[in-house]
Write a protein that binds this ligand. Sequence first.
Ligand code: 13P
Length: 248
Amino acid sequence: MRKLAAGNWKMNGTAANLTEVTALAQAHPTPACDVLLCPPATLVSRMADVARGTAIKVGGQDCHAKSSGAHTGDISAEMLLESGASYVILGHSERRTDHGETDAQVQAKAAAALAAGLVAVVCIGETEAERDAGRTLDVVGTQLHGSVPDGATAANLVIAYEPVWAIGTGRTPTLPEIADVHAFIRTRLTARIGQQQAAGVRLLYGGSVKPSNATEIFALPNVDGALVGGASLKAADFGAIISALSAA
Ligand SMILES: O=C(CO)COP(=O)(O)O
């Protein structure tokens, strides 16, 4: 499978930051992995223009489950596609927290993304309290089961395991802990969509991935890339992560 280095710019970036995309494309003209950047919705179209003809793919950070209608402030999967996106992040823990998104809503959004022809990057992960209570696999399994839509395949689904307590904190699980959760996700995905498809779904780790820890994380079995927040904003940092993944 072709691995995936995905950047989530979250609510960061204006047109001035698109110089980072140009720099990244120049530094990595033919990466040995897929490269994705997900800017705020306001920048999707312009980033897609900048990235056209390069190895960089562009994605959204959320979409509505419906393709159009009276939903002020929302955007649909079809709109993202038309803007030049080929991926969309769904069910990020910040969406689940800030907007109360449930597994059922994430699943409906993911179904809409697949129907529109986007690749859905479905995010799952436990809180610190859930990990401390020994409930990590229980929580991750429930989120996975509830969030993956029917019709998901290796080609249209990516899963990002992002422990909530590791996001933006500089803390990460231990390497064996990451490997355990990823193996569990692969097993559960196999039960959900079958061995052939599940084997090809990219499982990303996310949460405080940096150039300094990327190589050891990418060496783990069932880690097929990363979903990177803060370190995706600068071409130098994200480029180093792309190099680490390309070498893995
Ligand atoms: O939430 C994340 C990516 O979606 C991870 O963010 P950080 O890499 O900033 O910890």
